[in-house]
Design a binder for this molecule. Structure first.
Ligand SMILES: C[S@@+](CC[C@H](N)C(=O)[O-])C[C@H]1O[C@@H](n2cnc3c(N)ncnc32)[C@H](O)[C@@H]1O
Length: 255
């Protein structure tokens, strides 16, 4: 069992989590989101949702905000659900975090259905670090999460969403628009770090971006070591090792 301690949660104290086989590791994106939760504490209150909780890290951090009553942590992977529940207990957040097994927002059992029903139209916030998708422009999962979350959020709710810089500021700003969300600001960002094309998932993601650019979609915006900005097609053609920055953005659900 590997235990990872995330020290920087934007002032909410360290969170120690056992890694979830199905929910993946604690990544630089997870850490950026954990910092964003602490930094936005003044905007997070009442009942909240952590979509795709993985280890439970973001839900545990959010549950420490005094104005937060409860966090519903949603996860589909059964192993990750069990790991997140152990992590919640490990961090003394048992009374404040309910880990629910659900596919997107569709509960997998009766207890989950009861918990999710109780949150409908009342959640004051959602935090989400969704997976990349192989469809659309790579943000398909994020759109599905934003669309389905509308049923649970109350008007004015805050949404913290992880989207990396290479998607481009214009695409990120437009992301929530069709779904009734308003982009407010980028609250946290990492330094420029390699978008490692040795990783199979990132190589596949690059293929998705190239296809989107060829369809006439907005260009992606990677950086090169010299600071130059290049699109996905230039990266695929060998322009140089691409860099990106992991980012957390704040949206508001207009309702
Ligand atoms: C990128 S990880 C983020 C984990 C964690 N929130 C963090 O920031 O470290 C995305 C999570 O979404 C979960 N997930 C993927 N598809 C899902 C679905 N259909 N319904 C619920 N959760 C899902 C994955 O199992 C994974 O734990």
């Amino acid at each position: 069992m590997t235990l990872v301690t995330v020290d920087d949660t934007g002032g909410l104290g360290p969170v120690a989590v056992e890694l979830a086989a199905g929910g993946g590791p604690v990544t630089p994106a997870s850490r950026v989101m954990a910092r964003a939760v602490g930094r936005c504490r003044a905007m997070l209150s009442g009942v909240g949702i952590d979509w795709g909780t993985g280890t439970g890290l973001l839900a545990i951090a959010a549950s420490r905000i005094p104005a937060v009553e409860r966090v519903v942590a949603i996860e589909f992977d059964q192993t990750a659900v069990e790991t997140a529940r152990r992590n919640v207990e490990r961090n003394g957040a048992g009374g404040a975090v309910a880990v629910v097994r659900a596919d997107l927002f569709t509960p997998c059992d009766e207890e989950g259905a009861r918990v999710l029903e109780g949150v409908e139209a009342t959640a004051g916030f959602m935090v989400a670090n969704p997976p990349a998708s192989d469809d659309q422009d790579g943000l398909g999962w994020r759109r599905r999460v934003l669309t389905e979350a509308r049923r649970f959020l109350r008007p004015g709710a805050t949404v913290l969403l992880q989207v990396s810089a290479h998607y481009g500021a214009d695409r990120i700003r437009a992301l929530g628009g069709a779904e009734g969300y308003r982009f407010v600001e980028t609250v946290e960002r990492s330094s420029w770090v390699p978008f490692d094309l040795g990783r199979e998932d990132l190589r596949r993601a690059l293929d998705v971006y190239v296809a989107e650019e060829r369809r006439g979609g907005r260009p992606y915006r990677f950086r090169l070591a010299g600071g130059e900005e290049v699109d996905a097609r230039s990266v695929a053609a060998g322009a140089g090792p691409p860099l990106t920055s992991w980012q957390a953005h704040r949206f508001e659900w207009i309702g």
